[in-house]
Each structure stands twice: as C-alpha cells, then as structure tokens.
Write a protein that binds this ligand. Structure first.
Ligand code: 5AD
Ligand code: SF4
Length: 451
C-alpha cells in the first residue's frame, strides 16, 4: 500500500459468477477485505479494485468472465484499476489468464483467499509506482475451511454456511476436484455456533453447502447428525442443503429429512444420465436401478418430498438410445425441476484425457431441448396438483417482475408469487398461501387470512 494512504482509500467491487458456494466465498472475501480496512462498493464504475469470483464448470461460464475482462480492459485504458480473478477459473487457468490477459493483476484460487488483501495492497502499490506486477496465490490446501471467518452476508431471509469444501469423487466430466481440491469438513461446533448467531440476527433459513455436502464427516459427526443439530436451533425455521451425491444417503439422513419438521422436504438428487454405460464412464458409482431404488426409499418415507436433479446431455459417445434412457428415467421419476446441461469438455478432467467429445453440438442442443420440454410438462403437471391447496410459504422479498408482489418459497422450494395489496406479510414471515393458478415454474396464490 502507498505509505500516505490506508486501505480505506480503496474501493473494492466484487462480481460473482457460478454456484452458491461462490456466493458464499464472496461473502468470505468481503469479510477478509473489510477486516483489513478496504471499502466495499456495489458500483463498478467508482471502484479502484474489481474482483471477479469465477466459475469453471462449463464453457459458457468461462465466456462470461472473458466478456467482463474485455469490459475492464476498456476501463483500465482510461484510469488506474486493479483487476483480480478469484475462484475456480483462477485455479484452473492460471497460466492462460496470466499470459494472455495482461490486465489481470491478481489471481487467487479458492483456498488462498487469506492472502488476497496483501496481494491487492501490493498490486495497488506497484501500479502507483508504474511497475509491472502480478500477484498469484493458487495453492490448494487439505485443511482450509475458513472456519474462523464470519462471512459478510447479504441481508435477507436465507444464509449460506459451507460445511465442507472440495470433492474427492472425480466424476470424469467435472473440473471441481481440480479447482477446489480435496474434501474437508468444518468442526460441527463452529457450524452450530454460526447458525445460532444467524438465528439471533433474524435469518430464518440456513442452507448448508458443500460440493458434496452429504459426505460431510468430522470425527463421529456425519451429515445426518449435523443437519439435525442445525434444525434444532431455535429461530431457524428452515434448513436446506446442496449439493448432495446419491451415493451418500444413509437411512439416518433420509429419516432426518422425512421426519424433522424444520428440514425442508426437498432433495436435489443429481442423476446426470439414466444409462448405465454412461454412468460408469462418468464414474458416478451407481447404476440407474440403484438410483431409482433410492428414489423409492425416499418416497416410501414421505411421498411429498420434492426431487430435483442435474442432467448432462451428449456426454462422450452417448448414443440416441442411451439418451432415451435418460428421457425415460426422467419420466419415471417425475422431478419437480431439473437443470439440464450440454456436456462441455473441461481441460485436464479424466473425460478430456480418456474419451472423445464426439457428440456434435447440434445433437447435444437437440437433446437438451427435448429434456427441457419434457421437464416443463412434468413441472406443470406437478404444480397443477397444488391448485386449491394451502401451504406454508416463507416470504423472501419482492417478486422479480414487480415490486407490487411478494415472492416466497414452499418447503419443497417452489417459487410462489402473490399481490402485496391487502397483505401484512414481511420478509422472513411464514404465511399460509392458497394456490389458485400455476405455471411450470411458479405458483400464484392468495394469503389465507388468519382464522
Ligand atoms: N459439462 C456439463 N455439465 C457439467 N456439470 C458439471 N461438469 C459439467 C460439464 N463438464 C453439471 C453437472 C453437475 C452440475 C453442477 O453441473 O450436472 O451436477
Ligand atoms: Fe463434480 Fe462429481 Fe464432485 Fe459434483 S460430485 S463436484 S459433479 S466431481
């Protein structure tokens, strides 16, 4: 840092791409920067430092970041600006980003955020002296969980808590084990203290996060014990978790989800493919039959647990018949919602090294379209079953399309929208809503007056 200035003289703006874990990491980064005295700003135009917390999971995530870097290049031609790339792309593309993107001053991977304030200070100083300088911290750690850092959270109804980081599963398509390193879990006592603190500050919902959240393990604590302990905290009305792997659903976890009133009746259960040969090539470690048995186990416990999923279309060598297995499996399960992706080859992954990315892009797109259409029809049908029913909805805030409407979610994570007029609800309230009409993605309803 220049001697005549303190960190408070520099405004930092952070843009976040990708998953909820990145949103959480941005909150950690905000806390780390604030502790060192930096000022944070929402206004990119007035920022002295712009950081991008990036995602590497698919090609289009990369493209977005490259687009923003081009914008920053234009700004940097006109005035001094420190540009930092954080997160998964920083970890994965360190060489490319440093060599070809000359405007990047600081590059910090997901396990090295503690070094960020120093690296920014050095970059500012170098820039003010007109020196060329690059600050890089991309070491992965087997231990870093940032458990002593209280994230600088956005206000609202929901708070994220990362309970584990990294992934050891090595699905062959996935870059995460390389960008976020090995699995490690946080001490449960720290997690519980943090959730109590959140409840005391008015958060009504906690979402437990991890790349592979249900493989959480700390001494004799497993995920079922952890989520139950968090759900028991007075004031926390709803607990969610994401993203789990189908291989880590012991009966105790299913019992916790089905039985505890504060654990939401929603399980995200990524299928990826409904074909055994493809599942094996993906290293998902389950067959389609084993997956469907798990779905049965869940529904036998409680038929109202909503299931959602992730699907990849056009993975290496996938034939039309194999794709149809996925189609049929989705029909059979009847998910509430599904995230459907085109396979996107990621450098250095096992699939990139072992298999040809040989399904033409047009075929991948066509398969995605067919599954999206199928899912729309299923979601619409599931939502129609809700018409006339009254369900508790947690009010989150204004609806996206109009500030004259509230938006909230059912326990099963479906979005509900209703008119504010005549409503005394406030964000954080749990209100009974009677559903009157639906679309494939949204329920519309009326607040039931208290009887
Ligand atoms: N191509 C397409 N989709 C991918 N996902 C992960 N890696 C890839 C990839 N290389 C999807 C998976 C995962 C979700 C988070 O992203 O479906 O569950
Ligand atoms: Fe990637 Fe598989 Fe780990 Fe999920 S479980 S982060 S898809 S390697």
């Amino acid at each position: 840092m220049p001697r005549d200035k303190t960190a408070a003289a520099y405004r930092v703006h952070i843009e976040t791409f990708g998953c909820q874990m990145n949103e959480y990491d941005t909150e950690l980064v905000r806390a780390l920067l604030k502790a060192e005295g930096f000022a944070l700003t929402d206004d990119r135009e007035r920022a002295d430092v712009v950081l991008m917390n990036t995602c590497a999971i698919r090609e289009n995530a990369h493209n977005k970041v490259y687009g923003h870097l081009a914008d920053l290049k234009a700004i940097k031609r006109q005035r001094s600006l420190v540009v930092g790339v954080l997160g998964c792309m920083a970890q994965n593309l360190k060489k490319e980003l440093m060599e070809t993107e000359s405007i990047v001053d600081v590059l910090v991977g997901p396990d090295s955020y503690r070094r960020l304030p120093d690296l920014i200070a050095q970059a500012i100083e170098a820039q003010e002296q007109g020196l060329a300088h690059k600050g890089i911290a991309v070491d992965l750690s087997e231990y870093e969980t940032y458990e002593d850092i209280l994230p600088e959270r956005a206000e609202g109804v929901n708070a994220w808590i990362a309970v584990m980081r990294g992934c050891d599963n090595f699905c062959t398509f996935c870059v995460v084990p390389y960008t976020r390193g090995r699995e490690r879990s946080r001490d449960p006592q720290g997690i519980i203290r943090e959730a109590e603190h959140l409840a005391a500050h008015g958060y009504k919902q906690v979402t437990l996060l991890g790349q592979n959240v249900n493989s959480y393990r700390y001494e004799d604590w497993d995920f079922a014990r952890l989520i139950t302990a968090v759900a028991e905290i007075p004031g926390i009305e709803r607990v969610r978790f994401t993203s789990p792997h189908p291989k880590d659903f012991p009966p105790a976890l299913l019992d916790a989800v089905a039985g505890h009133p504060n654990i939401c009746k929603h399980i995200h259960l990524p299928l990826q493919s409904g074909n055994d040969r493809i599942l094996q090539m993906m290293n998902r470690t389950y067959t389609c039959k084993e997956y469907l048995d798990l779905v049965d186990d869940i529904r036998r416990r409680r038929s109202d647990i909503a299931l959602t999923t992730d699907i990849i279309c056009g993975f290496c060598t996938e034939t039309e018949e194999e794709f149809l297995d996925t189609y049929l499996t989705m029909q059979e399960v009847g998910y509430h919602a599904a995230f459907i992706f085109k396979y996107s080859e990621r450098k250095n992954t096992i699939a990139a090294r072992k298999y040809p990315d040989d399904v033409p892009d047009t075929v991948k797109s066509d398969r995605v379209t067919r599954l999206v259409e199928l899912q729309k029809a299923i979601s619409l049908e599931k939502n129609r079953e809700m018409i006339g029913r009254t369900v508790p909805v947690l009010v989150e805030g204004d609806a996206k399309k109009s500030s004259a409407q509230w938006m909230g979610r059912t326990d099963s994570n479906i979005t509900v929208v209703w008119e504010k007029r005549g409503s005394s609800a406030r964000p954080g309230d749990l209100v009974p809503m009677t559903i009157s009409r639906v679309s494939a993605t949204t329920l519309f309803g009326e607040e039931r007056p208290p009887s």
